[in-house]
Design a protein around this ligand. Sequence first.
Ligand code: MG
Length: 270
Amino acid sequence: MRIARFSVDGSVAFGVVEGSDGFDGAGAPRGEVTLDVIKGHPFAEFERSGRKLPLDKVRLLPPVLPNKVVAIGRNYAEHAAELGNEVPEVPVTFFKPSTSVIGPGDPIAYPSFSEDLQHEAELAVVIGRLCRDVPLERAQDVILGYTCANDVTARDVQRREQQWARAKGFDTSCPLGPWVETELGQDRIADGIAIQCTVNGAQRQLGSTTDLIRSIPELIVHVTEAMTLLPGDVILTGTPAGVGPLHDGDEVAVTIEGIGTLANKVIKRG
Ligand code: MG
């Protein structure tokens, strides 16, 4: 099941996505897609209202409003190597603030203090329940589903500054969407789903979850031994090789097999 968060007529709602799962190059779904408005909240038991809205009549929002986005760095060997880094013994872990989150179609604002903005397509795990100290065998139980993320990074700032709070935490640096897919199992992820990034339609990144160094259950154990995760919190699982620059006006799209496409435009002000 796919759960989207959207605004329509000035109010915000969740809905179950029904219809086509194909997308064109700009990330727009092909065919008739509708949203069945949810009564209740997707983190609890809910019912479908039967009130159906065409996707093109609503504005999709970030599918969740995370209290925190916990991001994992260097979780694909080829990507670590392309930036001249070793695969770390302990996963590199950092935060992207809630204020960095934007939704599908929202503009990525090129920060004034960078001259090397880059895309990082990533599989995002959406947490479904409050959890802490999750054992490996229970990790699946705390996952609501998955969505696409772009860990947009000011690479020059990341290189210059010891901590990555500015390089990876600036406003608009965390596009999420287009919705949460709740039926992507660990087996399918272990078998490999494709993670792709295009810029203006040209492929930049194409990786597979078979190359994840740490599995998603291992990452949940690692994060929750340190901190409580809340419903709607997000874990970014790292980016495959092929990261590269973004420029003013670029259309960047992250497509993950079995989930969908998250597209955003880069805008430089001033
Ligand atoms: Mg990243």
